[in-house]
Every structure is written in C-alpha cells, then in structure tokens.
Design a protein around this ligand. Structure first.
Ligand SMILES: Cc1cc2nc3c(=O)[nH]c(=O)nc-3n(C[C@H](O)[C@H](O)[C@H](O)COP(=O)(O)OP(=O)(O)OC[C@H]3O[C@@H](n4cnc5c(N)ncnc54)[C@H](O)[C@@H]3O)c2cc1C
Length: 285
C-alpha cells in the first residue's frame, strides 16, 4: 500500500512527482515514457518562466534532465481503471494492480470524441486494454481504433491473438502491416450491437466484429474512475484541486481551461500539497 499514485506525465504530473519526491512521499508515478506529446509537439514556447523561447523538444529535454537528476522512476504504463476501495484506491495497469491511500490525476485532455455506442458497450465487447482483454478474442475478428502511433505495439500484440484486425487509424502512416490486418484511415461513426458488440461503422462501411479496442493517449476520467464528478469533459475540482471523491486530486488540462504549461505545473503542485494534507489528516487520532 503506497501513500500516493500519480497518473500522467505531462507538466502537471511532473510537477506533482517532483514535489512528492522532495517531500519524501512513498508514491508511484505512471505515464508515457516520453512524457507528453503535448510537450514534444510544441513548435516554440515563449510563455514558460525560466525557459525563454524554447522548442517543445528542448522543454522535454529540460524536464527529463530534472527527472533523471533526481532519480525519479516514471513507470511507462497506461492505467486502465481506478477502483475506490473505501479508505484507499486500487489502480489497474495491464494485469497488475497497485494500491494507494490517495490518487492524483494529471491525465491531460483527450481531444478525440467518444464514439456513439462506446460507453454503452464498454465491457460488452468494447475494451481499452489490449493486455487485459486481448486473450478473450483469440481467433476472432476485431477492430482497433487507434489515435496515436505510440500505441501501435498494442495493435501488434492483438494481431498476434485475433484472426483478423481492422485498424481504424485516426492519423496517416499507421505502421502495422501484418497478413491479418487492414488499415482504414478515419474515425468510427458508431459501434453497434444489442447488448454486445456486433459491428463498427467507419467511412460508411459497417464492419462485423466481435470486439472493439479503443486505444487513446488518455481515457476519459469519468470512465477511468466511476463516480468522479465532471463538468463537461473536465474533472470538477475546488481551489485545492480536490475532486468530488475523498483522497482523489486532479491537476492540469484534465481540470479545465486554459490549457497551458504554467497552469498545469501550478495545479500539480497544489494538488500534491492537498494530497499531503489529506494523508496527514488520516494519521491524526
Ligand atoms: C502543439 C501544442 C503547442 C502548445 N504550446 C503551448 C505553449 O506554447 N504554451 C503553453 O503554455 N501551453 C501550450 N500547449 C498546451 C500544453 O501542452 C498543455 O496545457 C499541457 O501539456 C498540459 O499538461 P498536462 O500535464 O495537464 O497534460 P498533458 O501534457 O496532456 O500530459 C498528460 C500525460 O498523461 C498521460 N496519461 C493520460 N492518461 C493516462 C493513463 N490512463 N495512464 C497513464 N498515463 C496517462 C498522457 O499520455 C500524457 O503523457 C500546447 C499544446 C499543444 C498540443
């Protein structure tokens, strides 16, 4: 049982992890091994204190040097679900489960919209986790909706299990080419099925499949952690970055606009301090 689990490796998660380290918390930190595409992709950044006029790559390098300099361990795993367990949280990554007294969400915002039918058929043929659910589709026909080339290793894994994989790539140049895969460039308009996935519709084609894996950089927090109060597609927080669930804090783009590095970093720091306050209140008699 750890004190805290931080989910997200953009500026908000980095800021929280740096402070968690300096405060000697017992914490785990999950995210993308490359930190965040939203750092990497920025052409020029001119509004971040201390790093005047840098490219996204230069900013990433600077963050990485600081993380490595402190010996911080970022675990490059995607969290698929968080379960409130009463006085603590259980977090699932692939087939592993980790536990902590508090959770800090710094997952950014997902820009691709939910697919009609996705939420209704989640757990009934729709999955977000290749490692957890791939084996259910041995020798079956499936579809994989993928929004980032970084997630292609998960498609390769699924192609090794399923009979046939229709890849719906939301970006050009999908690099998965196997005998049993077919790539369609686009984004699905619907997942259909009465109580269980039966087909997926894309570019006017209805493709019969038994399972649909939706692979995005980040999963909607409302799906990740059921019961979390949202405001639109943002997590509802107070000024101390507390969410509607006790022991759960959130920071960065996932809590709302403006989407900016400085705001994310500031909120990551505040959320971490709130988590420390919460953890010490649990120790008081
Ligand atoms: C092209 C571009 C240029 C920009 N330029 C500027 C600029 O000049 N100035 C400025 O202030 N802002 C700029 N921004 C905005 C800035 O990038 C964001 O506001 C900032 O990155 C938000 O940080 P964050 O930590 O909240 O989220 P993100 O940076 O989105 O990081 C979230 C991270 O969490 C990971 N994650 C999500 N879900 C999970 C999960 N379930 N398990 C594990 N990991 C997960 C994601 O993979 C991602 O790595 C720009 C954005 C873009 C796209």
């Amino acid at each position: 049982m750890h004190d805290l689990i931080i989910i997200g490796s953009g500026p908000a998660g980095i800021s929280a992890a740096l402070t968690a380290h300096t405060r000697s918390l017992d914490f785990l930190w999950f995210g993308d091994g490359d930190l965040s595409v939203k750092i990497e992709k920025a052409e020029r950044i001119r509004n971040y204190p201390g790093l005047p006029d840098v490219t996204g790559q230069e900013m990433k390098q600077s963050f990485q040097e600081q993380i490595e300099g402190l010996g911080l361990a970022l675990l490059p795993e995607r969290i698929n679900a968080i379960y409130p367990m009463g006085a603590h949280y259980a977090v699932s990554a692939g087939q592993e489960v980790y536990e902590a007294k508090a959770i800090l969400l710094a997952t950014g915002v997902e820009t691709s919209k939910a697919i009609p039918g996705e939420a209704e058929l989640l757990g009934k043929g729709v999955s977000y986790c290749a490692t957890c659910d791939g084996f259910l589709y041995r020798q079956k026909r499936i579809a994989v909706v993928c929004t980032s080339p970084k997630l292609e290793p998960e498609i390769e894994f699924l192609a090794g299990i399923a009979a046939h994989v229709t890849i719906i790539a939301a970006y050009k140049g999908c690099g998965v080419e196997k005998e049993n895969t077919e790539v369609i460039l686009g984004y699905p308009s619907e997942i259909r099925g009465a109580g269980r996935v039966a087909s997926l519709v894309c570019q006017g084609r209805e493709i019969p499949v038994e399972g649909v894996f939706v692979l995005r950089d980040s999963i909607s927090p409302a799906i990740l952690l059921k019961g979390l109060q949202m405001e639109g597609n943002h997590i509802k927080v107070d000024r101390m970055q507390r969410t509607s669930l006790e022991g759960c804090f959130a920071a960065g783009d996932c809590t709302g606009r403006p989407y900016q590095y400085a705001k994310a970093v500031g909120e990551g720091n505040v959320a971490l301090h709130s988590a420390i306050e919460y953890l010490s209140s649990r120790l008081e008699p």
